[in-house]
Design a protein around this ligand. Structure first.
Ligand code: PAF
Length: 286
């Protein structure tokens, strides 16, 4: 029987029961799709116990972002997780996570600055704060995150190193629709016309990947190739396209030196809906 813990005491008690067994943690904000379920399945394969958290963390949304309209469907989420043989779901209230006298924020400095961090200034401190709390409560052996949030992965890896969390971060590939659109809970906001145009993100990433494979190393040319495809889509408004160092996330300028990997990434608005996507080509993938 899958347990549902809603309080700090309840998740502590569940974790206590698992003792020295290995625990896989899958932190989510709910409204689960196949991308989340792939994380859960990997965690199920690799650990004695699986804990999934469902919490729409207010601290990672900016004042003008979509916190109040972020999609939620707890009943359906619980049914999906029960089918995947999850041991415990932690679904706390805001009061449980951030009581009235709450005062602490976890801040990772450099790797949070570019890309998403430049457009969403308080986003990553919200993520690192909540993930620290989830790590402390669930004490996982392994924690599972999707490559779709490439910068989140880089930030959390840095935090785990810096704060000596005794766990392994496992990153799972982005799950895509047949036409290449990366799965996201936010895809639900797209109109039919926007949905039809949204695979342009993936197409532009593929164009850059092909050029990279052909030996193109001029970062301006690689960014221009992505921008050309996105600019041709009337309903798309490009927030940024990036060709960056995959570890530091610093934007490349001019020619990428031999032996370096590359992270192609982008954020694109369709109306109010902001989609992100990326492709990571690690060093040695040339
Ligand atoms: O990736 C997400 O869904 C969230 O940022 C996370 C890791 C669950 C923290 O709220």
């Amino acid at each position: 029987m899958m347990k549902i813990a809603q309080t700090i005491d309840a998740i502590r008690a569940a974790r206590e029961e698992y003792g020295l067994e290995s625990v896989g943690l899958v932190p989510t904000m709910g409204y689960l799709h196949e991308g989340h379920l792939e994380l859960v399945r990997r965690a199920r394969k690799e650990n004695d116990r699986v804990i999934v958290t469902i919490y729409v963390n207010p601290k990672q949304f900016g004042p003008s972002e979509d916190l109040s309209r972020y999609p939620r469907d707890m009943e359906h989420d619980l049914e999906l997780l029960s089918n995947e043989n999850v041991d415990t779901v932690f679904a706390p209230s805001d009061e449980a996570m951030y009581p009235a006298d709450y005062q602490t924020t976890v801040i990772v400095t450099q790797v949070t600055q570019p890309l998403e961090g430049a457009r969403r200034p308080t986003h990553f401190e919200g993520v690192t704060t909540v993930v620290t709390k989830l790590f402390n409560l669930c004490r996982p052996t392994r924690a599972y995150f999707g490559q779709k949030d490439a910068q989140q992965v880089a930030v959390l890896r840095q935090m785990v190193r810096d704060l000596n969390f005794n766990l392994e971060i496992v990153v799972c590939p982005t799950v895509r629709e047949k036409d290449g659109l990366a799965l996201s809970s936010r895809n639900k906001y797209l109109t039919a016309e926007q949905r039809a145009a949204a695979p342009a993100l993936h197409q532009s990433l593929r164009a850059a990947t092909v050029l990279w494979a052909q030996g193109e190393r001029n970062s301006d040319t690689l960014r221009a190739a992505m921008l050309d495809i996105l600019s041709a889509v009337p309903s798309a408004r490009v927030d940024y396209v990036s060709a960056a160092n995959p570890t530091t996330l610093q934007e490349y300028s001019d020619t990428v030196a031999a032996g370096q990997g590359i992270l192609f990434s982008m954020a694109v608005f369709f109306g109010q809906t902001r989609l992100i996507d990326n492709v990571l080509l690690p060093p040695g993938a040339e």
